[in-house]
Ligand binder design. Structure first.
Ligand code: ADP
Ligand code: MG
Length: 730
């Protein structure tokens, strides 16, 4: 075996689970949040006045007084230093999808040169990192490259690796958002306002509505040595070649199976670290594909949940290295087996603890539930394409629309019980005033009969990209590597806008002298009818659904470049710009950035593949072919009479290898030529198109021949770890 693969194989098969410090008494709650400056610690470290003021700013979204900021900063510093922190950083989410931080020491020198630790209010509130190389989609020219970060007090500061991290937004000097958090916060405020205005019909106690998010993060683990021996994994996050293993997920023996020892040690350690950071991680299990796993927390307020997802991804990456693993968040690291998603479980909850998507005990509670459910349905119906656009990326395109993933068509699954309720409402409610009898019947027989616990009644439909699961919606098409913020921004805003409209419509009918609950029912019926085509209960992976969806006129956008274009649609701009979530310029910038990232991803893959094909695969194939040639020559020498018959297999392999080599070298040359041409294009959208049409298809074509060679060439000579090694060694 070639040295690198052999070493990787030996190292990987000989590893032991890493010993970790388990929690004493098994009490995970004892470590929960120890590294977070949460409310309990604020109370401990702040004066009562400062504490009250900070909390009311957080809860009511009011601006924080300078003086209070100063107090908070010194309290944070005191707490952080007690826990061994020496540095601080503003922690933000630039549009490249990762997190950014620039650490500064608390250490400073006073006027006399005496060293001391400082952390002042203005350092907490605002910073100006020289972050000019983050994507800005042309918003920041280099001459005005300054961007600044500003404290988000709704997401608590935390200590990571000796650094106090302060969650912040990231905006350009001219005020445009350069991150995901800024529009997310705006969308949450909008949803709060809109949901409250509708909630007033049912519940006078609630003063705030939060969006809640519980993400499920899927990922692959692969041994570090095997990873290092695969330049494609290391540089692209996915394998660009590799013949399927004879066995992978056919037997369905990995899903929910017992967790392998090394993996279990890894999970325990990153979970403990996550808990210390206040991430309420709860669930762990094997996923469908070999070496694929999932983790999920208890849901939280959406802004915090988004931060926590970003945080856990970097934590998982870091701790994986300690366990000699690499964690893969790419949506499709391995061809032919399941890819990874990040299901976003979303709902709305009041400050009094009521889940607005949970059925209640009484007809009144249930009417409230139906109101929020049906309006969400309509929001998804109206902006289905933008929702898909919000999660589109080069990497997610390998998964969406592919065999085992949700299709690139948005539809909503409600389950039989609720579908029936909606159908009944559609049938029984009219624009005419209802008789008291009709009303009672509807309330008791239909609305009142919604079971309080739908969870057990809902038939799970895992093929739906947007499924109702009893007390929340689960947006399943989100990719494993992406930020949850992007889909959450669109969903919150779309639902908020729909709720705002709904309130207006109900008010109009009430103004005509119709009673409130009847007005609500009439408006619900209208919304049910208008959003009907987004509802689908069948198999979302079937061919029939694709045809049916086309008949219904539902968008089916599997090309990510087309999906990005939804950012520019009139309806999207009305939604996001019209409601003050993103300006037109910010939207356009985001569109450009998506295209830019697309180009770079394909460019890198094409380069890596070209290199691997020419410098690793072809030389190996020639080496094996030479062995065959000597063998044939030898047979000919020994058996001049019947060598042709004896060398039949070898002889045809020699030719087959030549054919594949020829195709590979030919295709690589064409791909390079097309890449060069694409690189000449200035306009980023046209460039992305050129990459999509003229470069990307080669990646699969070249792979085809390489995978064929893998099946021909002597296993002892093959340079790269094979699928069976990467997927089964753990
Ligand atoms: P499954 O795999 O069956 O979908 P999991 O337990 O893996 O379920 O994940 C469900 C996720 O949904 C968890 O993160 C959970 O906290 C979250 N969740 C539950 N209720 C809500 C809610 N009201 N709002 C948002 N997320 C929720
Ligand atoms: Mg789920």
């Amino acid at each position: 075996m070639p040295k690198l693969r052999f070493r990787a194989f030996t190292e990987a098969t000989n590893r032991e689970p890493v010993k970790i410090d388990e929690i004493k008494n098994g009490s995970l709650s004892s470590v929960f949040g120890v590294n977070v400056f949460d409310r309990a610690k604020m109370k401990l470290y702040l004066s009562e006045e400062a504490y009250e003021s900070l909390i009311s700013s957080i809860d009511e979204g009011k601006k924080i007084d300078r003086k209070i900021a100063g107090h908070v900063a010194s309290a944070m510093k005191a707490w952080a230093m007690e826990r061994g922190a020496t540095h601080y950083t503003h922690w933000f989410h630039p549009l490249n999808g990762s997190t950014a931080e620039k650490h500064d020491a608390f250490l400073s020198l006073d006027a006399n040169g005496k060293p001391l630790e400082t952390f002042k209010g203005d350092m907490l509130v605002q910073q100006e990192p020289d972050a000019s190389s983050f994507p800005s989609g042309g918003i920041r020219n280099t001459f005005e490259a300054r961007g600044y970060t500003a404290w988000d007090p709704t997401s608590p500061a935390f200590i990571l690796d000796g650094t106090l991290c302060i969650p912040t937004v990231f905006v350009s000097y001219t005020g445009e958002a350069l991150d995901f958090k800024t529009p997310l916060l705006k969308s949450l405020a909008f949803l709060d306002k809109a949901a409250l205005s509708v909630l007033e019909y049912f519940d006078k106690d609630a003063r705030k509505v939060y969006a809640t998010l519980g993400w499920e993060q899927e990922y692959f683990l692969i041994d570090e040595s095997l990873y290092d021996a695969r330049p494609d994994l290391a540089l692209c996050g996915r394998t660009l070649m590799g013949h399927a293993a004879a066995k992978d997920q056919q037997l369905e023996d990995h899903y929910f199976g017992s967790i392998p020892a090394r993996v279990s040690a890894y999970m325990k350690e990153f979970e403990i670290e996550a808990l210390k950071l206040g991430i309420p991680i709860k669930t762990r299990h094997n996923e469908v594909a070999p070496n694929q796993f999932e983790c999920a927390p208890i849901f939280e307020e959406a802004n915090l949940a988004v931060d926590h997802n970003q945080l856990i991804m970097s934590l998982m990456d870091r701790i994986a290295r300690k366990h000699k693993f690499r964690v893969l968040f790419h949506e499709k690291p391995f061809k032919g087996i399941n890819g990874s998603g990040k299901h976003n479980n979303w709902s709305m909850m009041t400050d009094t603890g009521v889940n607005l998507l949970s059925p209640g005990k009484t007809p009144k509670n249930n009417l409230q539930f139906l109101t929020f459910l049906i309006n969400t349905l309509k929001a998804v119906h109206d902006h289905s394409a933008l929702l898909m656009g919000s999660i589109a990326s080069e990497s997610n395109s390998h998964r969406l629309g592919a065999h085992e993933a949700p299709p690139a068509i948005m539809s909503v699954f409600l389950g039989k019980t609720l579908s029936n309720v909606l159908n009944e409402l559609e049938e029984r409610v009219t624009d005419q005033k209802m008789t008291p009898d009709e009303k009672t019947e509807l309330k008791l027989e239909i609305i009142g009969k919604i079971p309080e616990i739908l969870l057990d009644n809902t038939d799970r439909n895992r093929t739906s990209p947007f499924a109702f699961t009893g007390n929340r919606f689960e947006f399943r098409a989100v990719g494993s590597s992406g930020s949850c913020a992007s889909p959450m921004i669109v969903l919150n805003t779309a639902v908020a806008q729909q709720l705002t409209r709904f309130r207006e419509d109900v008010e109009k009918i009430i103004a005509k002298g119709i009673k409130k609950d009847e007005a609500i029912l009439q408006c619900l019926r209208k919304v049910i009818v208008e959003s009907k085509k987004i509802r689908f209960e069948g198999n979302g992976y079937s061919k029939e659904w694709i045809d049916e969806a086309a008949k219904r006129g539902l968008p089916n956008i599997s090309n990510p470049l087309e999906a990005f274009k939804t950012f520019l649609w009139d309806s999207s701009s009305k939604l996001l710009t019209g409601n003050g979530i993103l300006t037109k310029r910010e939207l356009e910038a985001r569109y450009e950035i998506r295209n830019e990232i697309f180009v770079k991803k394909v460019q890198i893959e094409a380069r890596v593949l070209g290199d691997l094909a020419i410098n690793h695969i072809i030389p190996t194939a020639i080496g094996y072919q030479n062995t065959l040639i000597s063998n044939v020559k030898g047979l000919k020498e020994l058996f001049p009479e019947n060598w042709e018959e004896l060398a039949d297999h070898q002889y045809s392999l020699i030719k087959e290898i030549s054919d594949h080599i020829h195709s590979i070298s030919h295709l690589v040359n064409e791909m390079i030529e097309n890449r060069k041409q694409a690189n000449q294009i200035e306009n980023i959208v046209q460039k992305a198109n050129a990459y999509n049409e003229k470069v990307k298809p080669y990646i699969e074509e070249i792979r085809y021949h390489i995978d064929k060679l893998e099946m021909i060439v002597d296993d002892e000579m093959w340079p790269l770890p094979k699928y069976r090694e990467m997927l089964f060694i753990r």
